[in-house]
Design a protein around this ligand. Structure first.
Ligand SMILES: [Zn+2]
Length: 382
């Protein structure tokens, strides 16, 4: 989940919102202004309903942010780096770099979110008792309701919800292994996801079409998130304490960036087994990377183009060190299929890591951990 719009920083944490949120904001303001508020407080001017509806939606996102900030601040307190908070369609996501060191820390990081939402609900409830204009009290009453709903929904024991993490930390604490904890929690998580999908389909047949689609969609989302969580944990477990140097392809062939695409494809690419080449300018400075796949597509019309016009700028290419933990590197840069990471040692380019390299290390580690010998490397292959 990437942030499309940056909002700024709070307590040193980057806050952003995703575009999907704009629609939900409009939906909330619209529902408040045209249905909920007129039902609770009648005979007000239309403009007043809309202003109250929009204000309610803004405060609602403030409540979501408080929930996520609580996760993030407790995570930082337990030594987990926080890459940022993104608000989107399903609420908020705190992006944590790394995993908590203990089951107790994981439980606190997860549990503080719903607790914060309940505390916010309590504050809103106290405020709603004050002698305020009727529309303001109406919005406050709605905020009490949604914050309680937010806390309860997040306590559903399914990934990536807080309930799923609480469950996994409990299994972790019981078994002493984070990986086993996640595995057990994902199994329970799946049951809840299937129940939700089944309930959504049931609603569809009883005529609650929109509700049904929405609930089934959330169920499907939970189902795929559970699988992702399990795969991610297994991968991180296998790659822990494997250095980047074990995966990198080295040495690296760099290519002058003033060559044309045709020159490169005819005279350089056939002599090497690589699919990605860093390019450098006449002074030897790296300027970017070119990938064979990208160049093959431009052959013909663009064959006279210089590599530098086709290269991805060096600033966009993630980097690492040979001694960094491979699991940490993957968590930091992501696992996009077209991802390439340049490895520098003391300012000198010493290697490249591609997803294929990571997959190779992963296969070997998996074979080692299950006792099955790794497949023999194919012979006679250049
Ligand atoms: Zn949460």
């Amino acid at each position: 989940m990437s942030s499309s719009i940056r909002l700024g920083r709070l307590f040193g944490i980057e806050i952003g919102v995703n575009w999907s949120l704009v629609f939900v904001f409009a939906l909330i303001a619209w529902t408040l202004a045209t249905e909920l508020l007129p039902f609770e407080v009648s005979h007000q001017p239309a403009l007043a309903y809309w202003v109250a509806g929009a204000a309610g939606a803004v405060v609602f996102y403030g409540c979501l942010l408080a929930h996520e900030l609580a996760h993030a601040l407790v995570a930082i307190r337990y030594g987990v780096k926080v890459a940022g908070i993104t608000l989107w369609l399903f609420g908020g996501v705190s992006k944590l770099d790394g995993e908590p060191k203990s089951a107790g820390a994981e439980a606190l990081i997860a549990g503080v979110g719903p607790l914060t939402s309940l505390a916010v609900a309590a504050v809103m409830f106290v405020l709603s008792l004050l002698p305020l204009p009727l529309l303001v009290s109406g919005v406050l009453a709605w905020l009490v309701f949604v914050n309680i709903a937010l806390a309860l929904f997040n306590l559903v024991p399914a990934f990536p919800l807080d309930g799923g993490r609480l469950l996994s930390s409990w299994f972790w604490w019981r078994s002493g292994s984070r990986q086993r904890g996640v595995h057990s929690a994902v199994r329970i998580s799946r049951v809840f996801a299937y129940l939700m999908i089944a309930f959504g389909v049931f609603e569809l047949f009883t005529g609650q079409v929109l509700n049904g689609i929405w609930i089934a969609f959330v169920g499907w989302f939970l189902l795929s998130a559970g699988t992702q969580e399990e795969v991610g944990t297994a991968v991180r477990g296998l790659l822990r304490s494997v250095p980047v140097s074990a995966a990198m392809t080295s040495p690296v062939v760099t290519v002058p960036d003033w060559l044309t695409v045709a020159q490169f494809i005819e005279s350089i690419a056939p002599d090497h087994p690589f699919t990605t080449y860093p390019v450098h300018d006449p002074s030897g400075q790296l300027t970017g990377i070119v990938r064979l796949g990208d160049l093959v597509r431009v052959r013909g019309a663009g064959a006279d183009e210089r590599l530098k016009d086709r290269a991805r700028p060096i600033a966009d290419v993630p980097t690492s060190r040979p001694d960094e933990d491979l699991a940490a590197m993957i968590q930091r840069v992501g696992t996009g299929l077209d991802q390439r990471v340049l490895i520098f040692d003391g300012g000198k380019l010493v290697g490249i890591v591609s997803p294929v390299d990571v997959a190779r290390v992963l296969a070997v580690r998996q074979a080692q951990s299950t006792g099955v010998p790794p497949p023999a490397p194919a012979r006679g292959q250049v």
